[in-house]
Design a protein around this ligand. Structure first.
Ligand code: UD1
Length: 338
């Protein structure tokens, strides 16, 4: 049984579908802080199997103890974490408490169990900070984090590295995600931001659906081809499939104590590129204007994925067009737009 923490969230739910599609059994734990139980129905419709689910909080040590006592866990994929860069700047204690204590509680249980767990950790390209050397490879310098959110990812990576030096019963694989977008091709699960979205693509699709008057592009004076930020937008299904490859790698091929992989497409697109591509695939004219730079934004971040391709045997199969089309299909479905 694969324990998927935060398995009702955006990337978690898509990964559960990818795991179940190849016949793996999953156990989701989620505290519903940024998701709803309805996602379970979407997962079942997308892949035909209802996963096991416990509503629980990993910050609660006793709940984590009984989770391990009462279930046969063979592998762990740890998504559960708060993820808003801007919120983390305003509520640093909330972020450090949740993101770090959840991990520590999991590791305290792993430490007590006499078996070896593949352990896939959701990390982020945010650990590279603002780098003028692009594309970013796994060996790129780790700069001081731009936000408490980014710092929790750096700290969690370090905790796991220290832990695996003295505990051989964990095989950690860090997946450093670039910018996941889009929705499952079944159109049964997708991104469901609670409240006003912070991320670009849900803000674009919600604006096109009429939920906001306009999109503000945060800055057009960056040193890029059109002045707007560049990111590596990866289809969430490609990202989910990387977790399946990472599990397989941890179980069968891992030689080092831990391993780090970038998960992106290898292509950088500016905010304006994304807007233009969205307008092309949707046929909608997007209302947008230029605003000030957003605190914490780096100019440019895109991946070198050579290591992931070679060692995980994984690659992206979806284009930016595919990803934006699926995001738009999902938005239209949830807003009941024809
Ligand atoms: C960052 C991290 C990513 C992490 C994510 C969590 C980096 C390079 N990436 O994504 O790893 O998973 O936070 O949330 O640190 N934008 C607008 N208007 C909007 C919204 C966004 O112009 O209304 C622009 C942003 O300025 C940015 C781009 O769109 O240039 C993407 O922003 P967003 O989707 O929020 O993701 P990141 O901040 O890049």
């Amino acid at each position: 049984m694969v324990l998927v923490t935060g398995g009702l969230g955006y990337i978690g739910s898509h990964t559960v579908v990818s795991l179940q599609e190849i016949g793996l059994k999953t156990l989701i734990v989620d505290n519903l802080s940024n998701s709803t139980k309805n996602v379970l129905n979407g997962i079942e419709k997308a892949c035909g199997t209802l996963p096991k689910f416990f509503e629980m909080d990993l910050v609660n040590r006793n709940q984590v103890k009984s989770l391990f006592k009462n279930n046969k866990i063979d592998a762990i994929i740890h998504f559960a974490a708060y993820k808003s860069v801007s919120e983390s700047v305003n509520y640093p204690v909330k972020y450090y408490d949740n993101n770090i204590n959840s991990l520590l509680n999991l590791l305290k249980e792993v430490e007590n169990v006499e078996k070896t767990f593949p352990f896939i950790f959701s990390s982020s390209c945010t650990v590279y900070g603002d780098s003028d050397k692009q594309p970013l490879s796994e060996n790129s310098e780790i700069k001081k984090a731009f936000s408490p959110y980014g710092n929790t990812k750096q700290i969690c990576e370090e905790i796991i590295i220290d832990f695996c030096k003295v505990n051989s019963n964990i095989k950690p694989v860090f997946l450093r995600y670039f910018n996941p977008i889009g929705a499952h091709h079944s159109n049964e699960i997708g991104e469901l931001p609670l409240g006003k979205p912070q991320n670009l693509v849900p803000f674009i699709t919600q604006t096109a659906a009429g939920l906001h008057d306009e999109l503000i592009v945060f800055g057009n004076d960056y040193n890029t081809h059109d002045g707007t930020n560049i990111r590596d937008y990866i289809h969430v299904v490609d990202l989910s499939n990387a977790h399946v490859s990472a599990l397989n790698f941890a179980e069968k091929k891992m030689k080092n104590k831990y391993e780090i992989f970038n998960v992106g497409t290898g292509h950088g697109f500016s905010v304006l590129d994304v807007i233009k591509t969205f307008e092309k695939i949707s046929g909608e004219k997007l209302n947008f204007s230029f605003g000030k730079r957003r605190n914490g934004d780096v100019t440019c971040a895109y991946a070198n994925c050579d290591k992931s391709k070679k060692e995980l045997g994984w690659k992206c199969v979806h284009s930016l067009d595919d990803a934006l089309q699926s995001a738009w299909n999902w938005e239209k479905k949830i807003r009941k737009i024809d």
